[in-house]
Design a protein around this ligand. Sequence first.
Ligand code: HEC
Ligand code: HEC
Length: 409
Amino acid sequence: MRLLAFTLLAVTLGTAQESTWSERDVARAKTHSPLPPPRPNATNRYADDPRAALLGQRLFFDARFSANGAIACASCHVADLGYSDGKSRSTGLGRTERNSPSLWNVAQQRWFFWDGRVDSLWAQAVGPLENPSEMGFDRVALTRALASEPQLAREYEALFGKLPSTETWPEHARPGSADDPLGAAWLAMNDEDRRAATRVAANFGKAIEAYERLLVRGDSPFDRFLAGDAAALSIEAQRGWTLFAGRGNCRSCHSGPNFSDGEFHNLGVPPLGGGKPEDPARYAGVERVLADPLNACGEFSDAREGVAALALKTLERAPENFGEYRTPSLRNVALSAPYMHQGQFRTLAEVVRFYSTLEGATQVGHHQEQVLQPLQLSEGEQRDLVAFLESLTGAPPASALLAPLPDQR
Ligand code: HEC
Ligand code: HEC
């Protein structure tokens, strides 16, 4: 009894404490730390070029690449909001159907978007640029916008070579159906011009990827604790890890240094508007990435036979992919509420309560196995798990990286 009282006193005084971890807890934790640098991406030969990253930073914060001149990538990926936007579903020119993912450590992933419908960060960037609900721009107007701005044109051409002449091009055009004026204008362009405009869009993405690869945030209290700083993790967070790794079974999907297996699962998180889930998610994502002219196998890729191309060659869509979303990273997760593919949960406590009770979960379709069982955690265990998730927030990089370039402000 005296011993217990003494330990409690030590805890309250915040003096050195014994770790609550077993050897197995430590061994498991080490598979998640430290965070390595992002893997090289051979499909983008500019991926680690510092000049491309500078141009990418400029493009990321520039609202001129939008149909109304007011929306940039940075509108929905705000550095101070965990590189997300704090909303359930993002709004640009219109409302999107999904939550804006955090861009911290985004280069750790292999498939992008909640449904993994693109296979590189450079190809990803062309999506929002041309999406009518996001920036609503188009690759033809992009080419002109780059050419008309001397600084941008100079930086672009120094990296990627001469911008194509747009004299004979329509005002606006992007791939789409013939009923859409921009789609019709695109179909009326000749093949060579279409390829030239697409190359500019791909290069726009390649510069942005080089920037995004620098958005790294490792070195969290969790990492520091494992590196030997015994004071870095509270007792609550330490107990939270034991739950995460043990009874919670969270690591079966949130695995490795990025706390994501990079794969897709259906947790039955109910859609925001209620009703039955109708979003095919990964089921459609597989089809789209295979058909994407900007994928790793396509003519704009710098490694058409590399590992990413190989991954596509073995990718097949399966019925159980219906309703599956990519496992998000949990690093820095405390910074990017709300959570899940439509921002269904406002706080980490709500997420943990969902895993605890599975209340409201939609029946997973007959093709799927039940991936989760309600964990039935006590209130205290739920708090511990949240404390652990909060311990995954890393130190940010230099602030100059997280803002428009000085001459852009
Ligand atoms: C209108 C808000 C909005 C704008 C503008 C926007 N995004 Fe996004 N972004 C989103 C949403 C929402 C998603 C998730 C969409 C989905 O999964 O279907 C997303 C997904 C992403 C992803 C995938 C992240 C991952 O973990 O897979 C990246 C990378 C990204 N955006 C970068 C950009 C870049 C670069 C730009 C500018 C060219 C941009 N975004 C513009 C809202 C936006
Ligand atoms: C079967 C795989 C799987 C297991 C097990 C799992 N997760 Fe997840 N987790 C996911 C997927 C997939 C999503 C996204 C689901 C969606 O949006 O519909 C997610 C989302 C989350 C999010 C929200 C992140 C964000 O940025 O929106 C948190 C937090 C989270 N999980 C924590 C946990 C914890 C804690 C556990 C253990 C109690 C756990 N997960 C177990 C796959 C899993």
